[in-house]
Design a protein around this ligand. Structure first.
Ligand code: HEM
Ligand SMILES: *[C@@H]1O[C@H](CO)[C@@H](O)[C@H](O)[C@H]1NC(C)=O
Ligand SMILES: *[C@@H]1O[C@H](CO)[C@@H](O)[C@H](O)[C@H]1NC(C)=O
Ligand SMILES: *[C@@H]1O[C@H](CO)[C@@H](O)[C@H](O)[C@H]1NC(C)=O
Ligand SMILES: *[C@@H]1O[C@H](CO)[C@@H](O)[C@H](O)[C@H]1NC(C)=O
Ligand SMILES: *[C@@H]1O[C@H](CO)[C@@H](O)[C@H](O)[C@H]1NC(C)=O
Ligand SMILES: *[C@@H]1O[C@H](CO)[C@@H](O)[C@H](O)[C@H]1NC(C)=O
Length: 257
């Protein structure tokens, strides 16, 4: 007879296994033709490495929180608001999301992205090297990107959208999203506190949607939280000298308790 202690251990292991979808195989594997991917390189990387389901489907908020922790050492407060918003990409009563649905324009997806085209101009889902060239070519003469260059890239990408997209959306909401996503690539591929990130790592992050482990990248050894991210985001936004060209309805959020 197994002891009660052993039985409890077994039950715990079973429950843990059932609750966590991730496999132990975190090699990078390119998505298959039926796997879904999103306009978000961060979530796509987590799926390509098996921290999120590789098929990109039926993803819950706890799964996103766990994957962000395991893949990037991100604390929940850096992803949970976006994850909650993401659930609205599906109009049914489901509490999970599918990656491709995140291309829904105006929910989180917005114009003047770093690596995707504007919705009104065609493809707002897939990586586009022409769009990405602004970031790729930034901070010439050195082998890193930083807060200054990230701000300049945001400024240039917006100028391109304003000049080429007659239906561009550029409100304070977009500015906050843009600064946040720029903070993500600097903080995860480089030093979260100085915002200096090797170009090589950032380019692999966007172009291949892969963790540049073979090239020497390491997951942060400290938990990266919303406070750290916010500091970087605010600095990038200031460096971008962005101004909204439209107003938005303020998001209604629950009061802080
Ligand atoms: C896990 C950590 C995450 C990282 C590292 C990350 C990183 C990024 C980056 C760098 C971009 C900018 C792409 C571009 O401008 O071309 C982006 C965009 C985006 N992210 Fe994430 N993200 C994360 C989590 C999330 C979550 C939780 C959601 C929602 C469920 C989300 C949804 C999106 C969407 C919809 C876009 C497209 C926005 C646009 O149009 O530019 N991301 N993300
Ligand atoms: C929305 O969720 C339902 C139920 O899980 C699923 O069948 C459907 O494919 C989802 N739609 C999108 C656009 O992800
Ligand atoms: C134009 O912008 C509005 C407001 O964001 C949006 O609702 C609409 O879908 C856009 N149309 C196209 C073709 O981009
Ligand atoms: C990439 O973006 C450029 C600039 O907007 C556009 O001309 C081109 O058609 C896009 N490429 C693809 C494959 O969508
Ligand atoms: C970013 O790098 C450039 C090029 O080395 C430099 O001129 C600039 O001062 C740096 N910005 C910050 C905030 O360190
Ligand atoms: C984390 O890594 C940095 C270098 O990237 C190092 O300076 C620091 O001591 C490490 N901290 C811990 C807690 O291991
Ligand atoms: C967030 O991270 C910073 C830097 O590692 C740390 O000093 C701070 O205590 C953290 N804040 C919270 C609320 O965990």
């Amino acid at each position: 007879m197994p002891s009660l202690k052993f039985l409890l251990l077994l039950i715990t292991v079973c429950i843990t296994d059932a609750a966590s979808v991730h496999t132990d195989d975190h090699r990078w594997i390119a998505p298959s033709a039926t796997d879904e991917r999103s306009p978000c390189p961060g979530l796509n990387i987590l799926a390509n490495h098996g921290y999120l389901p590789r098929n990109g489907k039926d993803i819950s908020i706890p799964m996103i929180i766990d994957a962000a922790k395991e893949g990037f050492n991100l604390a929940p407060d850096t992803v949970v608001l976006a994850a909650k918003l993401g659930l609205l990409s599906n109009s049914t009563a489901t509490t999970t999301l599918n990656l491709e649905a995140l291309k829904l324009h105006g929910l989180i997806e917005s114009d003047a992205s770093l690596s995707r085209g504007d919705f009104a101009l065609g493809d707002n889902l897939h990586f586009n090297e022409t769009i990405f060239s602004t970031l790729a070519n930034a901070n010439p003469g050195v082998d890193y990107y930083n807060i200054t260059s990230a701000g300049q890239v945001m400024h240039e990408r917006l100028a391109i959208s304003l000049a080429t997209n007659p239906n561009v959306t550029n409100t304070p909401k977009e500015i906050v999203l843009r600064s946040g996503t720029s903070a993500f690539y600097l903080m995860l591929m480089g030093d979260a506190f100085t915002g200096v990130a090797p170009k090589k790592f950032v380019q692999i992050f966007f172009r291949e949607e892969r963790l540049p482990i073979a090239e020497g990248w390491k997951r942060s050894n400290v938990s990266l939280n919303g406070t750290t991210m916010e500091a970087l985001s605010v600095a990038i936004q200031a460096a971008s000298k962005w101004t909204a060209t439209q107003e938005c309805e303020t998001l209604v959020l629950a009061p802080t308790v």
